[in-house]
Design a protein around this ligand. Structure first.
Ligand SMILES: Nc1ncnc2c1ncn2[C@@H]1O[C@H](COP(=O)(O)OP(=O)(O)O)[C@@H](O)[C@H]1O
Ligand SMILES: [Mg+2]
Length: 263
């Protein structure tokens, strides 16, 4: 029997009159790696922000290990969040601090560990993401892929049970992107975490995910393995897997510029 670790029930999020999440129902199981796949702008980051309690929904429940993050008090929320790591799309590293201090931040904030122990732990985390020896650099001195690795080390600082990743490999070149995706997969195996990654990239899903939830128009359209989704006759699944463009996404000016440059 699979044990649920997160249960999202009838989650609705409106911004003004605009409904971004329109009744999301989704169960995430302990130890799985779930990819939430959907087009840019479909509400993936909004969903993650609500799961980690950064925003309060219009309606609905989000149970994390049985506790509703939308209604718990601040103290309980902090307890829940200590078990959660978040890799933000922008990496969200503090540029004024060294890489090592960025990774140490959650440990300094949430534990009473001695500085000596914190240093050992920081070095272990940096080692596990392939960044040992980079502790004293500033984020600005790192490449895009290395910044992601540093942000991942920080997300892992507290040995989370659940790791959320927002577009972990977006904006990186394909080889570096695959490196990050593989790293996440290996860390998942090593630390036995539950992984929830939101992405619009199929290549990423193919590496990371045991199971996929396809998001569209603020709803979860279908969940299943990549093969199950590929076999679906649903037009959204067809469009995604066949990489068909949206009509409205053809940007006329960009198109004309391309024509000019390519002669
Ligand atoms: N705080 C906010 N206020 C108003 N609109 C928002 C807010 N956050 C997100 N949105 C809108 O919600 C939609 C979904 O955004 P987002 O969750 O970032 O999509 P995705 O991560 O899938 O690309 C977008 O149209 C975005 O403009
Ligand atoms: Mg996003």
């Amino acid at each position: 029997m699979q044990e649920p670790i997160i249960e999202i029930k009838d989650l609705v999020v409106r911004f003004g009159t605009r409904t971004v999440l329109d009744g999301i129902n989704l169960t995430i199981f302990k130890g799985e790696s779930l990819a939430i796949l959907g087009k840019s702008g479909c509400g993936k980051s909004t969903l993650l922000r609500h799961i980690i309690g950064l925003s309060t929904p219009t309606r609905g429940k989000i149970l994390i290990k049985g506790k509703d993050i939308t209604t718990v008090n601040e103290e309980e929320k902090i307890t829940i969040l200590k078990k959660i790591g978040m890799l933000f799309q922008s990496s969200a590293l503090f540029n004024s601090m060294t890489v090592g201090d960025n990774v140490a931040l959650p440990l300094r904030e949430h534990t009473e560990l001695e500085e000596r122990i914190i240093n050992i732990m920081v070095n272990m985390k940096l080692e596990s993401v392939g960044l040992s020896g980079f502790s004293n650099l500033r984020p600005a001195q790192l490449s895009g892929g290395m910044k992601k690795r540093a942000a991942l080390a920080r997300a892992l600082a507290m040995d989370p049970e659940i790791l959320f990743c927002d577009e972990p490999s977006a904006g990186l070149d394909p080889v570096v992107a695959a490196g990050i995706d593989n790293l996440i997969l290996n860390l998942k195996k090593a630390f036995k975490m539950t992984i929830v990654a939101v992405t619009h990239e199929l290549a990423s899903v193919e590496i990371i995910a045991d199971r996929i939830a396809m998001m569209h128009d603020g709803k979860i359209l279908m969940t299943g393995t990549i093969d199950e989704l590929k076999e679906s006759a649903h037009p959204v699944m067809r469009q995604f897997f066949n990489r068909e463009p949206d009509d409205e996404e053809v940007d006329k000016e960009k198109f004309l510029t391309t024509l000019t440059y390519e002669g």
